[in-house]
Design a protein around this ligand. Structure first.
Ligand SMILES: [Zn+2]
Length: 67
């Protein structure tokens, strides 16, 4: 397993990160999200399915509140 950053070609390491998603004019803070972090430029790459899951969860929260 030797993944490289698509931006700077630095080494990517698996890490859990925190990220705030801004959707529908609201902020949703998520912690312990699996991501790959570049050791060189510090860029974070979230796992595609994880992001899809979070986006869906946020949509559900927003529409539950509205209902
Ligand atoms: Zn990088």
């Amino acid at each position: 397993m030797n993944k490289r950053c698509p931006i700077c070609d630095g080494q990517l390491i698996d890490k859990e990160v925190s990220k705030t998603f801004k959707r529908y004019g609201q902020e949703f803070a998520y912690h312990n999200i699996k991501a790959e972090v570049c050791q060189n430029c510090g860029d974070r790459f979230l796992d595609g399915p994880t992001v899809t899951h979070i986006e869906r969860e946020i949509r559900e929260k927003v529409f539950e509140k509205a209902a």
